[in-house]
Write a protein that binds this ligand. Structure first.
Ligand code: SF4
Ligand code: SF4
Length: 420
């Protein structure tokens, strides 16, 4: 995360037809906002995972900022302390702390994290040596009612910690207000994502990925989301978008700076119509009940049911992919797994079975890291995947007869399976 580096809203992935938007300079705007808030006495709170309810941080008067690292450049520094055979997301995030090069991290009064995957948990111990850390204990059996009860208790403990640390009282009223802000952000981002359901979406998956902020709830960001949605809603994408291979992408998060696989997919003739991961739609599909009598319980309910691969079993991810493949009329599923991410890697076989055996969609598992040096190998496999989709033709995509209405209509050929 290099806060002073300015990128176009699409990350340079496509010719830009837009006026410069807030998102074209998102990191710069976030940094200005954080500096001003910090100078005015508002605490900066770093977060590292989508299980953290930003609502509690906002209700404490603090600024929640995502600290996940997407740069390959900070990895060598991380490897001074961490094993090389670790997920690049963990190493990149930690590397910023070694180099002291993430201004948001250096401003943070507190970093909040959860007990998710083993690599992250152990990395937090090192991070906690230099920064104030608070680690939420996340139960990992989503079907257990006792797990949800424990998670709600954990959120109460977190709320109490924020109140003590920042000398503030988080009333139900403040919490409901913060829930309203986050629901607005989720609703606007959902509306943008839903534009990709069209035959000719008005933007690419890469451009959509750039329409989010490292800090939630900034009024200018919400305004920019609304303006962008209205502009794009009135626009039809070029005919060429209608001819591309519609990709449902799943797997690990692709944080800012680590989007190269998505960019490659779109360079080779795909259109990522849906990104299921934590940097895509997964965290924004459900809102928090604003009228719930117990707002902390409402937060616990929403966040506990995020279908991350650290959960066991994680049937909700399969159900979500079924729904997204149908709603976005996917031609194929691509599962991205960062090197050494065991939970997503093991779960990949279940996704392959879902894609090929149940949905009748070609499937590709891409295991890689932040190093673009891997791109030639990935390119060959992506080309083979798309070749297996194209012969079925526009009217024949979507394969299972029971799903045909949801895809491109009947009369498809029998699909060929992509190499994995
Ligand atoms: S993939 Fe899992 S561990 Fe990673 S940010 Fe999402 S919820 Fe957290
Ligand atoms: S991508 Fe996998 S290994 Fe990396 S932080 Fe997320 S869950 Fe952990």
């Amino acid at each position: 995360m290099t806060a002073n580096k300015v990128t176009p809203c699409c990350g340079g992935a496509a010719p830009c037809r837009e006026e410069p938007s807030w998102f074209a300079h998102m990191l710069g705007h976030c940094l200005d906002y954080a500096r001003e808030a910090h100078a005015g006495g508002r605490p900066i709170v770093g977060i590292l995972c989508e299980y953290t309810p930003r609502e509690l941080i906002l209700a404490a008067g603090a600024v929640p900022v995502c600290l996940c690292g997407g740069s390959a450049e900070t990895i060598p520094a991380a490897e001074q302390h961490l094993p090389a055979n670790l997920c690049p997301l963990i190493k990149s995030t930690y590397g910023f702390s070694v180099l002291r090069s993430n201004p948001f991290l250096e401003m943070a009064s507190l970093i909040v994290a959860e007990t998710t995957c083993d690599g992250k948990k152990k990395m937090y111990e090192r991070l906690g040596e230099r920064y104030s850390m608070y680690v939420l204990e996340l139960p990992q059996k989503p079907l257990r009612a006792s797990g949800l009860r424990y998670w709600e208790e954990e959120l109460h403990r977190f709320k109490a910690e924020l109140e003590t640390r920042f000398s503030v009282r988080i009333t139900d009223e403040r919490l409901r207000e913060a829930i309203g802000v986050m629901n607005t952000e989720r609703r606007l981002r959902r509306a943008l994502a839903e534009l990709m359901k069209r035959d000719r979406p008005p933007l690419t998956g890469r451009q959509l990925l750039a329409l989010k902020s490292s800090i939630s709830g900034i009024p200018a960001e919400l305004e920019a989301l609304e303006t962008t949605r209205a502009t794009l809603d009135a626009r039809e994408g070029p005919p060429e978008y209608g001819e591309r291979v519609r990709v449902l992408m799943t797997g690990v998060p692709m944080v800012q700076g680590a989007e190269w696989v998505l960019e490659l997919l779109e360079r080779r003739g795909g259109l990522v119509v849906c990104l299921e991961s934590c940097t895509g739609v997964k965290p924004i599909l459900d809102d928090v009940r604003e009228d719930a009598p117990n707002p902390v319980a409402a937060l616990a309910e929403k966040y506990y049911h995020l279908p991350c691969s650290v959960m066991s079993p994680n049937e909700d991810r399969l159900a979500l992919l079924r729904r997204l493949a149908r709603d976005y009329r996917a031609d194929c599923i691509v599962d991205l797994v960062w090197q050494a991410c065991l939970t997503y890697d093991v779960e990949s076989y279940a996704i392959k079975r879902l894609a090929e055996d149940e949905l009748g969609l070609p499937f590709l598992h891409i295991g890689t890291d932040y190093a673009v040096a891997d791109s030639a190998r990935v390119e060959v496999r992506v080309d083979a995947l798309f070749e297996s989709v194209r012969p079925r033709g526009r009217s024949g995509r979507g394969t299972r007869p029971d799903l045909a209405h949801a895809h491109r209509g009947p009369g498809r050929d029998r699909q060929r399976k992509a190499p994995t």
